[in-house]
Ligand binder design. Structure first.
Ligand SMILES: NC(=O)c1ccc[n+]([C@@H]2O[C@H](COP(=O)([O-])OP(=O)(O)OC[C@H]3O[C@@H](n4cnc5c(N)ncnc54)[C@H](OP(=O)(O)O)[C@@H]3O)[C@@H](O)[C@H]2O)c1
Length: 238
């Protein structure tokens, strides 16, 4: 489906980004992943296979993002799946510096990649922004995360008109079992996923491969732009 197409996956070395990069490679794409840790990138390349490349990038650094895209040439799709620093907590507990860092990493990174990447994207191509269910679920304790992801969502919807005919879509995952939760012990993680997943209509948390399937749809469906796709096991149905 993506034969002879070049796709850049920011954050393609772990979790949903890695699963997406792998699926796109099996669909024939020339996949370029970018992230900070060489160890993760090397491991990811072994999983992705195909005609894939890995390039070091901290997407929160403007000069680095500019240089990255300067070296890239024309390409077809930009997939933004990198993570930022978290800013959890109720309003009285959110540290201003933590929220500033959260914006400076995820929002800023996605903005910079869109800004410097868009001019290189072929007219038939697309940008995919990854937000998170918190952006539209109004769950107490998630205002900071909601703000960062909501800002990305609003920017992306506007870009769907501004950058047309390049398509711009938004993928909104719910809770997905990725290495983002590896700061917990296996027992803690299992208990957390069991409890949170049990509250969902589907009865479990998501898998990165399920996000990858959705990303493939948004990237390849030429009649889909400005869409927000919730892939959250029904998490928004409170
Ligand atoms: N997992 C969930 O439950 C969940 C739910 C809703 C939304 N999301 C969102 O989905 C996206 C993917 O999450 P995930 O769970 O798949 O995360 P993950 O497994 O932790 O992977 C994050 C990826 O982002 C890269 N990254 C982090 N900071 C970066 C930076 N400054 N510059 C470049 N690359 C950077 C990481 O590589 P390096 O560390 O090597 O840079 C890694 O490849 C994130 O935007 C997250 O907010 C996740």
């Amino acid at each position: 489906m993506l034969k002879n197409q070049k796709v850049i996956v920011l954050g393609g070395s772990s979790g949903m980004g890695l699963a997406t990069a792998r699926l796109l490679a099996t669909e024939g794409a020339h996949v370029v992943i970018a992230s900070r840790s060489q160890e993760k990138r090397d491991a990811a390349l072994r999983v992705i296979g195909g005609r894939s490349e890995a390039i070091p990038l901290d997407f929160s650094q403007e000069d680095a993002v500019r240089r990255f895209f300067d070296s890239m040439g024309a390409f077809d799709h930009l997939v933004l799946m990198g993570a930022g620093l978290p800013a959890w907590g109720i309003l009285s507990e959110i540290q201003s510096a933590a929220l500033e860092n959260a914006f400076h990493t995820k929002f800023w990174g996605y903005f910079l990649c869109a800004k410097y990447g868009a001019p290189l994207i072929r007219q038939s191509g697309s940008i995919l922004f990854t937000i998170g269910g918190a952006a539209r679920s109004a769950i107490p304790g998630t205002a900071g995360v909601a703000a960062v992801n909501g800002a990305i969502m609003c920017m992306a919807m506007t870009l769907a008109k501004e950058l047309a005919p390049i398509r711009v879509n938004i993928l909104s995952p719910g809770l997905v079992d990725t290495p983002a939760y590896n700061w917990m012990s296996t027992e803690e993680k299992d208990a957390f996923f069991k409890q949170m997943g049990g509250n969902l209509p589907v009865g479990r948390v998501g898998q990165p491969e399920e996000i990858a399937q959705s990303a493939l749809y948004l990237i390849t469906n030429a009649y889909t732009t400005g869409a927000i796709l919730d892939v959250d096991g029904g998490g928004r149905l409170h």
